[in-house]
Design a protein around this ligand. Structure first.
Ligand SMILES: Cc1cc2nc3c(=O)[nH]c(=O)nc-3n(C[C@H](O)[C@H](O)[C@H](O)COP(=O)(O)OP(=O)(O)OC[C@H]3O[C@@H](n4cnc5c(N)ncnc54)[C@H](O)[C@@H]3O)c2cc1C
Ligand SMILES: Cc1cc2nc3c(=O)[nH]c(=O)nc-3n(C[C@H](O)[C@H](O)[C@H](O)COP(=O)(O)O)c2cc1C
Ligand code: FES
Length: 637
């Protein structure tokens, strides 16, 4: 499996959408078949992020591959089984033939990576094939002579979790496996399962054995059957049970996990799962995990240790930059921020873009102006426990809690990869104390990173973070100490939650900031009304996305207005962010005074959005007769 060939972001077309037979209640599960381009060929166990072209929702929904085929005209058709859960799945199940669906994928690892490469004749080759590989899906399960030469495997699906394991079973030789399917009521999704034994359980006894998985399978039975391995997907309690009986019987198991997802590609750290090897991203390191490594009962929060100015905004056009506009005729999008040349003013925001590589196959990341790294602390941090992502109307509340590998790891392992890209590399520096910020700044100063973005605005950590960015005196102290520790161009990222963002901005400029980025997330809250509990372990978290755009725009405008009144040598550039999702938003921020912009959450809804912003900006400038960004930067001030 070549990691570099996917994921791909494309527009698929619905070929089929209808309720499946057998699911109870009726019309609770749909089969949605989508036509995809040839280069989106998935393997069993993988999933796609699906979002209707006309979606009312910010985030795409992760859905596993159930079945796929190659059509005569080389198109891949992938079928998904979708359980109606909330509004997002309702939207997907209401699609009609010919409707467009934004499809990011295939994503994640595979069941076949664990099933393949074994000595059993016939099995490894079958398991290593893609669902719609060289041959049709049907022929993958046709080799019925092979399996009996070695031990069978056990496949378990619970509820909608049947979808990925049924897809996986198609890649196994017929009758080389036993299949346990557990439902509340009725049964579905088993038409392509050609198991040696198919055992169905239902809570209400409507099909098969009455009861749940323990009524059909326990450690003793696993042992007696002599299974070589167990593969399962389903509700968490069922997976915890499978893990337990596999440990008891000494049989290896591979479990497909679920968690809320925003990016799907490993960039946002919203979907992490606790394992014996530390946090692992469900979307990128999973969704299939070796069972014995998963930790189901989460222990309570084990929070480890903290772990050249330009005048008048970006009004100095770049000199000598490898500008993209130099290559083509038309407006020049290049900007200079704090002495650093950017080929265009579009920067990926910290925490939403990993370290750049995560999106490399999705679009040409080299076209961006810059990339801000995930917030980095001196020591690695595991991030927050509990819920990390919560979607709201036009918004995303996150509580990642600065999970990161630490600054040394960043410098050794991530920065060299970032530096291979054409865009400006920016390290987002976070900390729990001034000493840690300063030590981190010293390490970054000695590295190749182009700029430092000092994050004094994270609302998701108990100590430090936003605490440094709310009042001018604290903000000033940390900025001046970090300023002393580094000669790198220093951006200070401010919080919208400060009583006076203008006062904090003035303080950090006086203390040596070369540029300011505004703003980080807005402190927010969500309450689970069923459980009557706060959604986030920290009670509060940070809101971002289109919902905050008008608020962020106003703050950027206020700060830029204030900066305009300062002496020329203190007129540092402002980088605007908060809810920007299209080129029109970017134009608004630049008109309000931002010399460059950052994009975060919008990339989750539309991975192409930053490229569309760059192209849209250029077209708009040409139409308006602007030749460079400074022609309209701050025009509203
Ligand atoms: C790797 C993976 C594969 C999946 N495969 C399938 C599948 O094949 N068929 C299927 O029907 N469902 C599958 N799911 C679950 C599916 O993604 C959720 O049911 C769906 O996102 C719910 O969205 P909603 O708007 O209908 O529900 P709501 O509850 O309104 O969603 C609110 C928010 O929470 C998220 N969310 C809620 N439940 C889940 C969940 N269980 N997993 C992830 N995010 C969730 C939503 O994406 C959304 O952002 C899979 C999940 C993952 C992580
Ligand atoms: C999942 C997620 C993780 C984030 N992590 C960081 C971080 O580590 N450091 C930081 O300065 N900002 C972080 N942010 C804030 C963003 O960089 C940005 O300031 C904010 O999301 C507003 O922009 P947006 O509306 O375009 O997303 C994070 C935001 C999200 C959604
Ligand atoms: S959803 Fe997994 S890291 Fe973003």
């Amino acid at each position: 499996m070549c990691d570099k060939t996917y994921p791909v972001f494309a527009l698929g077309k619905v070929a089929f959408c209808a309720p499946v037979d057998g699911a109870k209640p009726d019309k609770s599960v749909y089969c949605v078949t989508i036509e995809l381009p040839e280069n989106q060929k998935p393997l069993s166990g993988q999933f796609f992020m699906l979002r209707s072209e006309k979606s009312q929702h910010l985030l795409a929904r992760p859905i596993s591959v159930y079945h796929c085929e190659k059509s005569s005209d080389s198109k891949i058709t992938v079928s998904f089984l979708i359980l109606l859960k909330g509004d997002g799945t309702k939207e997907l199940c209401s699609l009609e033939k010919g409707d467009g669906v934004q499809v990011l994928g295939p994503l994640g690892n595979t069941f076949s990576q664990y099933a393949g490469g074994e000595s059993c004749a016939g099995e490894s080759s079958a398991a290593a094939k893609s669902c719609a590989g060289e041959s049709s899906a049907a022929s993958l399960s046709s080799d019925s002579s092979a399996p009996n030469s070695c031990a069978p495997v056990c496949v378990i699906g619970g509820g909608i979790g049947v979808a990925p394991v049924a897809g996986f079973s198609e890649t196994l030789p017929d009758a080389s496996y036993d299949f346990f399917a557990c439902f509340k009521s009725g049964s579905y999704g088993l038409e392509n399962v050609h198991a040696r034994n198919l055992v169905i359980t239902t809570d209400d006894g409507s099909v098969g054995i009455k009861g749940m998985l323990p009524n059909a399978l326990d450690a003793q039975k696993l042992k007696e059957a002599g299974y070589k391995a167990v593969y399962a997907c389903g509700p968490t309690p069922m997976l915890a049970y499978v893990q337990k009986i596999c440990v008891e019987s000494g049989i290896k198991c591979f479990l497909s996990m679920e968690n809320r997802m925003a990016c799907g590609v490993g960039a946002c750290l919203g979907c992490t799962i606790e394992t014996t090897e530390g946090n692992r991203r469900c979307c990128k390191d999973g969704p299939v995990f070796e069972g014995e490594k998963l930790i189901f009962a989460k222990p309570q929060a084990a929070g480890k240790t903290d772990s050249a100015k330009t005048a008048a905004g970006a009004n100095n056009a770049a000199t000598g930059a490898k500008t993209e506009s130099a290559k083509t005729a038309g407006p020049d999008l290049s900007v200079n921020i704090a002495g650093v040349d950017f080929q265009n003013p579009v920067i990926a925001a910290s925490g939403t873009f990993g370290f750049g590589q995560e999106y490399e196959t999705v679009f040409d990341v080299n076209r961006l102006g810059g990339i801000c790294s995930k917030g980095l602390t001196l020591d690695p941090r595991p991030g927050n426990t509990g819920m990390r992502l919560w979607e709201t109307p036009s918004g995303l509340v996150n509580s990642i809690g600065l999970e990161n590998p630490g600054i040394r790891h960043f410098i050794d392992k991530k920065l060299p990869e970032m530096k291979k890209l054409k865009c400006v590399s920016i390290a987002n520096l976070s900390g729990h104390s001034i000493e840690k910020y300063v030590e981190g700044a010293r390490l970054l100063d000695a590295s190749d990173v182009d700029m430092i973005e000092l994050n004094i605005s994270c609302p998701n950590v108990k100590a430090g973070g936003m605490g440094f960015g709310l009042e001018p005196c604290m903000a000033s102290e940390v900025t001046s100490k970090v300023r002393e520790a580094t000669k790198k161009p220093l951006i200070v990222k401010l919080s919208p939650n400060a009583p006076s963002v203008k006062d904090v901005a003035k303080a950090v400029i006086d203390s040596g900031a070369d540029a300011i980025s505004i703003c980080n997330t807005f402190q927010a809250m969500a309450i689970d009304i069923d459980k009557e509990k706060f959604v986030f372990d920290n009670k509060t978290a940070g809101l971002a996305g289109p919902a905050v755009k008008p608020l962020a725009l106003r703050i950027v405008y206020d700060v830029c207005s204030m900066i305009k009144t300062l002496p020329e040598e203190k007129q540092v550039p402002v980088i605007g962010l908060g809810g920007i999702s299209c080129w029109q938003d970017a134009v608004e921020f630049i008109l309000a005074g931002a010399g460059a912009i950052q994009v975060g959450t919008a990339t989750f809804s539309n991975p192409n959005c930053m490229i569309e912003i760059i192209d849209g900006l250029k077209k708009w400038m040409a139409k308006k007769g602007y030749s460079k960004i400074s022609d309209f930067c701050g025009k509203m001030l």
